[in-house]
Design a protein around this ligand. Structure first.
Ligand code: ZN
Length: 178
């Protein structure tokens, strides 16, 4: 079956964001996702969609994508269709004390019960494994690591903290070094 143009014109998004979640501007941080209804632990908050690219292709075009990409295999990444204005599933920010995590490769769930008004966050260590990737962290938590590294998943305390909430790609990596 091929999707016709009429069907495609009605598709709102290539991904899913829970109706309990809303995209908002956050002062100083750009855009973020917020709970507009209370969310139970393990409830799905979003499912990522986009384009699957071989890593070698990504390497040649990555400049335009900023932080919007993550690996699902050593040889493949998923990236948003429109990196200049990614769909809302791409808008969840990092926090060193996150309230969301990953199930499988593209499903994001609540790590604990979330109250109305809370910003939804995950830890990039749950999906990121590029040792060349790093960024300064600003989450105002006492446990903030201050600097994110693509090697953070190797940290045993982080492995323990997010057990069951890493992407399966990262979890396989963790299993392979244990
Ligand atoms: Zn932090």
């Amino acid at each position: 079956m091929k999707f016709d143009s009429e069907f495609l014109s009605k598709v709102q998004s290539e991904s899913y964001v829970s109706p309990s979640v809303e995209r908002r501007d956050t002062p100083g941080k750009g855009v973020g996702l917020f709970a507009v209804k209370s969310i139970k632990k393990n409830e799905i908050v979003s499912i990522s969609g986009g384009i699957v690219l071989p890593t070698h292709t990504w390497e040649t075009i990555k400049e335009g994508f900023g932080d919007y990409a993550y690996s699902i295999h050593d040889d493949f990444l998923i990236v948003p269709i429109n990196p200049g204005d990614p769909s809302d599933d791409w808008r969840m920010n990092h926090c060193c004390e996150p309230n969301c995590g990953v199930k499988g490769q593209i499903i994001f769930v609540a790590l604990r019960d979330i109250e109305i008004g809370e910003e939804l966050t995950f830890d990039y260590a749950m999906t990121e494994s590029d040792p060349g990737y790093g960024m300064t962290l600003y989450c105002d938590k006492p446990t903030c690591r201050k600097r994110f590294s693509g090697d953070d998943w190797k940290n045993e305390s982080i492995q323990k903290k997010y057990e069951g909430y890493f992407s399966s790609y990262i979890q396989e990596k963790i299993n392979s070094i244990k």
